[in-house]
Design a protein around this ligand. Structure first.
Ligand code: PA5
Length: 464
């Protein structure tokens, strides 16, 4: 069982001038060691509580599994209400590890409730949800670390109102809150309404929270072995204990990306070759974008750093974006995720012997076709001197997914240390949140509301 990193195609010896020479890579040893030391020093402190998640949740896992067992027995549907870091992880892990048509399977095959995540406030989607679930047989998991996010709290209010109308005093039995133990409104609401609650540790921020109750409860409810996910994360953590960037895969990725970003590769494509990993790309895009996209460094200097993540899926996007990756500007690093063993295979049967241009496919399998197309795409990119590296997963299971998530979290933390920025804040997101509060007349946001009111209106000259 393992995850491997192959970064040959980032190097000069493979892709020529667009690549990184061994001398250049080695010249970043001190920076890599500094980043490693900084992240290690912060382990478990401040907002680095996520580094403890693989180790300190034995009791939490027991509690979560007990709750999950009850829900699996009694409910038809389980709905996550959340956004950003409180939704992308549950979506990614569910898609990675469960049957790709899970909700369509008969209940006796699923052995658990149908699974939905509502991570938007589109009224049509919310209404559509109530067309397909029976709220009396549903548990809603409201996830918000801050306990204040407008989108999630609006969803909560709608659901609670409906539940109260149908079930009166029993409404609270259909809600589980996952939130901060000490801050925000959701914890107060939960206490006042007797709502079962799981806590998000203070040092675990949204996009680093998948291996906390944020991700573990939804995963356990659909029958994912969460202890095994945490074991995978621990294994990756052990692999990354060394500060040698030739052996630590997260440190190697962070260093390669740091050098690439500095040389103008401002786009980071993430392209898994497996439908089940499609939403790992979404989860990663948030992690990488929201953590590294910063205006100022730790000393307050204006730096405007970051690398724009682009989500792609193999092989689907070979027939759309790969044209650009091959021939467009040299401003990208492509991360492939390759899978050794698909959970199931399908052979391509004979039947077209008289058509050699189709017959060449016969006798092979879809998995073989998928991976050969990955090799072919990668080969072509190398011919075009395009920087890319591959994260290889032997299999898609709990262990490897836990390890992959942890690898990506660590690489982000190291990269942030290299850029000397705060990986864990998101002033750019808070700005939008605060403006929304002001627009809705929330108390305490009066001056923001005035500021928005005074803003220059759109010039009609530019509206056609
Ligand atoms: O990574 C983050 O911190 C954000 O994406 C949050 O997860 C997102 O804004 C939702 O916040 P909350 O969980 O407080 O509702």
């Amino acid at each position: 069982m393992s995850i491997r990193l192959n970064y040959n195609n980032m190097m000069k010896h493979t892709i020529g001038e667009q690549g990184i020479s061994e001398i250049e890579y080695s010249s970043h040893t001190t920076l890599a060691q500094f980043a490693h030391a900084k992240v290690e020093e912060g382990r478990g402190k401040g907002m680095q509580g996520w580094m403890d998640s693989p180790y300190n949740q034995k009791e939490v896992v027991k509690l979560i599994n007990a709750t999950a067992k009850r829900i699996r027995k009694t409910c038809d549907s389980f709905v996550v209400l959340g956004i950003g870091g409180s939704a992308l992880g549950p979506i990614a892990v569910f898609t990675a590890l469960k049957h790709l048509y899970y909700n369509e399977l008969p209940k006796k095959v699923r052995k658990g409730p149908k699974f939905y995540v509502i991570d938007n406030v589109d009224p049509e989607k919310m209404n559509a949800l109530f067309d397909v679930i029976d709220i009396e047989k549903t548990v809603f998991n409201v996830i918000t670390k801050s306990g204040a996010t407008s989108e999630t709290m609006s969803q909560y209010l709608i659901v609670m109102d409906m539940l109260k109308a149908k079930l009166g005093d029993k409404a609270s039995e259909h809600i589980i809150a996952t939130t901060s133990e000490y801050k925000g409104n959701l914890i107060k609401i939960a206490k006042d309404n007797n709502i079962e609650t799981f806590y998000i540790p203070e040092g675990v921020g949204g996009r680093f929270s998948e291996l906390s109750p944020v991700g573990l409860l939804p995963a356990a409810v659909v029958g994912i072995d969460i202890a095994e996910m945490l074991r995978g994360a621990r294994d990756m953590d052990r692999k990354c204990k060394t500060n040698d960037m030739w052996r630590n895969p997260a440190l190697a990725i962070a260093t390669l990306q740091y050098i690439s970003i500095k040389s103008g590769k401002n786009i980071g494509v993430i392209m898994p070759y497996a439908d089940s990993l499609k939403y790992i790309a979404d989860w990663y895009a948030q992690l990488w974008a929201e953590s590294l996209g910063k205006e100022v460094d730790n000393d307050g200097n204006k730096v405007n750093v970051g690398q724009t993540p682009v989500k792609a899926l193999g092989v689907t996007d070979q027939h759309s974006q790969v044209q650009l990756f091959n021939e467009g500007p040299y401003d990208k690093v492509i991360t492939f995720i390759e899978v050794g063993q698909f959970r199931s295979e399908m052979n391509i049967p004979n039947g077209c012997e008289e058509y050699p241009d189709v017959n060449f496919l016969c006798g092979h399998s879809l998995g073989e076709l998928m991976n050969n197309e990955l090799y072919a795409t990668r080969y072509n990119l190398v011919q075009q001197h395009r920087a890319n590296y591959t994260i290889y997963l032997e299999a898609i299971d709990e262990f490897h997914i836990g390890a992959l998530l942890y690898l990506m979290e660590l690489q982000t933390a190291y990269a942030g240390a290299m850029f000397d920025i705060d990986v864990y804040n998101q002033p750019g997101v808070e700005g939008g949140k605060n403006a929304t509060y002001a627009l809705f007349g929330r108390k305490g946001y009066e001056s923001k509301a005035q500021e928005i009111k005074n803003a220059k209106p759109d010039d009609t000259k530019y509206i056609i």
